[in-house]
Design a protein around this ligand. Structure first.
Ligand SMILES: CCCCC/C=C\C/C=C\C/C=C\C/C=C\C/C=C/C(=O)SCCNC(=O)CCNC(=O)[C@H](O)C(C)(C)COP(=O)(O)OP(=O)(O)OC[C@H]1O[C@@H](n2cnc3c(N)ncnc32)[C@H](O)[C@@H]1OP(=O)(O)O
Ligand SMILES: Cc1cc2nc3c(=O)[nH]c(=O)nc-3n(C[C@H](O)[C@H](O)[C@H](O)COP(=O)(O)OP(=O)(O)OC[C@H]3O[C@@H](n4cnc5c(N)ncnc54)[C@H](O)[C@@H]3O)c2cc1C
Length: 652
């Protein structure tokens, strides 16, 4: 019962209005209301129960996921939920399923790549779930290197295996299949096709196609609710009009006609999903941070005064590990919001045949996907450690969250491969400066290169690090100098590709620096806007400074080796950081309450809203099937003979 009091006290001492912060976190009042309603709907319906997941076998787990997905769909229809509401409902069900791929990749791919005629045919079927689709791009031998996919689509196709597509293994009736288009003997590169793979009558796999699940994945439960599949084609024939023909067509005579658009538009769905993954990083990290923060306020160890031990959240080491993650969750939220804007903007431009911002949209989505997922995966594991031994129990919610989340560093593009894309973009930007091309958008700072190469950091006292323009310039200087250094070293190679390969570790670091600058810049930009709510902006300013100064601390080598700051200024940054941690401390619990997560969604005894951890942890242990009997199965075969033998030996 002790824990209940602790969290009530924590909430009372916060210095801002948590309800106002909830709106900022959600993005708008309307978004908050939808999320709030959907999360409660799921939490209050026993059909969406998930606390028994870890005890199910893979087959039971998968069937249970199918049941929940079908039930969720029934609710969506019954309650006439909007697209947004349905999306939030699926989100709070909190179980990876084929529907993620159907709604998250198959439908967006159709919308992005289909002609009007194709949309009319396929979209109504997909919207009513009369067909279920997946996204089959990765092959057994090729994932990152999309251009080298081996599957071909000709009048006389060869055969190949797809490997990984979610929803493919057991559920999907259709797939978007990526294959190199060959017509009139010429290879026109990778294109997307719709292929029916299962019968709509009895769900059997169609002739010439072999499909299965690729096997158990990392973690118990976790992403194993998803039927990632393997698929083998053997001379499959599809109608010509199942090539998605918005950007390129094949005529009845087999002539290839390419619209006047960049061929990279065929990768558009990946850009869309990468942008979504950035917002999702803030979801996953905030969830882990919410658990670790509440539990750190409940948990007490050592330092007994008046017979009461210290809350572990009061230890400076705990704060220095936890609060940067709290700040990162907010930072990723806001950069995700901005990325959504960028994506909408690029989509509108593309519709008007303006392709000028496509490379930037690709670089930003690729780079931000990479660094937010990497930081989130590491952050979830850090939260587990912050919860000590109890964090290792599945009932903490953290092991499952980690196992579900880590593949985000790989899917939708391996993080390193994606950072190398950002590096190419940066090197190109630097080299174009020579020809007088003015950089725009997130690389606009490179336009002030001479200033950035010469400037010195103005920090003289710790509080100077609270000045957003000083912080921003430090991140710009570090990033610009790292990119220029890479470009200089690259120019010493006669073969640019060889140079790129040789310098790739440094190029990745330059890409990380650029992406961290974007995150800091967008957080600062957010704070320059109107943020209503009692004390809300003040808290966000502190979190913004923590994100920036912690990042600086973590990458101090970059800041020092590029002479962006001096060792003395680094030490002042650390002083400021410590002061910020102390200021955030009384608000920590309220800052995680602002995520507005239900106990159902959190799925964690350690993160319970009421803080009543210990009795529930104890009760939960007794629910484990291992405790169905006091004497375990196997006692008579394996323990008893052992004990008897020891008894005999001791008598000898
Ligand atoms: C249940 C939890 C889920 C949480 C997620 C939350 C929300 C998501 C919502 C829905 C999804 C649901 C579930 C998600 C979970 C799993 C699904 C996973 C799906 C997949 O993984 S699908 C497969 C994804 N595969 C990849 O990402 C492959 C990675 N490789 C590539 O993208 C590319 O090939 C490459 C590495 C970027 C480029 O290779 P390269 O050969 O060098 O490039 P070229 O083709 O030669 O092009 C060079 C040229 O083009 C530019 N370029 C490249 N890509 C793009 C692009 N996408 N847009 C614009 N421009 C692009 C590149 O920069 C070069 O430009 P130059 O100017 O230098 O010529
Ligand atoms: C849970 C999950 C779900 C998935 N769902 C789908 C799906 O629905 N549909 C689908 O089509 N695919 C899916 N995938 C596949 C996924 O997109 C690929 O695994 C991913 O793109 C990485 O490609 P890869 O496996 O070929 O890795 P590889 O490219 O083989 O990477 C292996 C290693 O090589 C390194 N590497 C590769 N190329 C380079 C380079 N040029 N320079 C430096 N290092 C390099 C990487 O950094 C990595 O360390 C899924 C994967 C997972 C894990």
């Amino acid at each position: 019962m002790e824990g209940v009091d602790h969290l009530a006290h924590e909430r009372n001492r916060s210095q801002f209005d948590v309800n106002d912060m909830k709106i900022v976190w959600a993005g708008s009042r309307e978004a908050f209301e939808v999320s709030d309603r959907m999360s409660r709907l799921v939490a209050n319906d026993p059909a969406f129960r998930k606390d028994n997941r870890v005890h199910l076998t893979r087959k039971e787990l998968f069937k249970n996921t199918l049941r929940k997905a079908a039930y969720a769909w029934k609710k969506i229809i019954e309650l006439k939920l909007s697209e947004e509401e349905a999306g939030r409902l699926r989100f709070f069900v909190d179980e990876p399923a084929y529907t993620d791929l159907h709604w998250g990749m198959f439908v967006p791919f159709l919308k992005g790549q289909g002609t009007e005629e194709q949309l009319q045919k396929w979209l109504p079927l997909a919207y009513k779930m009369q067909i279920i689709g997946c996204y089959a791009q990765t092959e057994l031998g090729h994932g990152s290197n999309v251009q080298w996919l081996e599957t071909t689509a000709t009048f006389d196709p060869k055969t190949d295996e797809f490997w990984w597509p979610g929803g493919l293994g057991k559920v999907s009736t259709h797939a978007v299949v990526f294959a190199r288009l060959i017509t009139n003997g010429r290879d026109y590169g990778v294109h997307g096709f719709i292929v029916q793979i299962r019968s709509l009558d009895d769900h059997s796999v169609l002739p010439g196609i072999t499909i299965g699940d690729i096997g158990v994945k990392f973690g118990n439960g976790a992403y194993n609710t998803m039927d990632n599949g393997v698929m083998h084609f053997d001379h499959i024939r599809i109608p010509r009009n199942q090539l998605l023909m918005r950007f390129s067509q094949v005529t009845r005579e087999g002539k290839y006609v390419q619209s006047d658009v960049p061929r990279q538009l065929v990768y558009g769905t990946m850009v869309y999903v990468r942008k979504t993954i950035v917002i999702d990083a803030s979801n996953a990290l905030s969830r882990a941070v919410c658990i670790a923060t509440r539990y750190s306020a409940v948990r007490r160890q050592f330092g007994s005064q008046d017979g009461v031990e210290t809350q572990v959240i009061n230890y400076k080491t705990q704060q220095s590990r936890l609060f940067p993650l709290l700040a990162s969750a907010y930072a990723f939220r806001f950069v995700g919001e901005w990325l959504q804007w960028l994506y909408t903007d690029v989509t509108q431009r593309l519709a008007a045949n303006d392709f000028s911002t496509l490379p930037e949209a690709h670089a930003c989505t690729a780079g931000l996907k990479s660094i937010t997922t990497a930081a989130t995966a590491d952050g979830i594991e850090e939260c587990r450690k912050l919860c000590g031994g109890h964090g290792y129990l599945c009932s903490s919610g953290l092991p499952e969250l980690f196992a579900v989340y880590v593949p985000a560093c790989t899917y939708e593009g391996d993080n390193v491969v994606l950072l190398l894309q950002v590096a190419r973009f940066l090197v190109k930007t630097v080299s174009q400066l020579v020809s007088g091309k003015k950089p725009v958008g997130t690389t606009a700072y490179m336009g002030r290169l001479q200033h950035l190469m010469e400037s010195t950091c103005k920090v003289q006292k710790a509080e100077d690090w609270l000045n957003p323009s000083i912080v921003l310039e430090a991140f710009e200087v570090r990033s610009a100098r790292m990119s220029v250094e890479c470009a200089k070293r690259l120019s010493q190679f006669t073969n640019q590709e060889e140079g790129f390969h040789e310098l790739s570790p440094s190029l990745v670091e330059a890409a990380v620096a650029h992406c961290q600058l974007i995150i800091v810049a967008k957080f600062i930009e957010k704070l320059q806007g109107d943020i209503p709510g009692n004390g809300v902006k003040d808290q966000l300013q502190k979190l913004c400074s923590i994100y920036a100064l912690f990042t600086l601390h973590k990458h101090l080598g970059d800041f020092l080796s590029t002479s962006t700051i001096t060792p003395k200024q680094a030490s002042l940054a650390d002083d400021q950081l410590r002061s910020l941690y102390a200021q955030v401390r009384p608000n920590a619990v309220a800052l995680v309450d602002a995520f507005n997560y239900t106990d159902h969604y959190l799925g964690s005894i350690l993160g319970r809203y009421d803080g009543n951890v210990y009795p529930n942890l104890y009760d939960e242990a007794w629910k484990d099937p291992m405790n169905d009997t006091a004497v375990p199965d196997g006692y008579h075969e394996y323990i008893k003979p052992l004990l008897k033998q020891q008894l005999r030996n001791s008598r000898l």
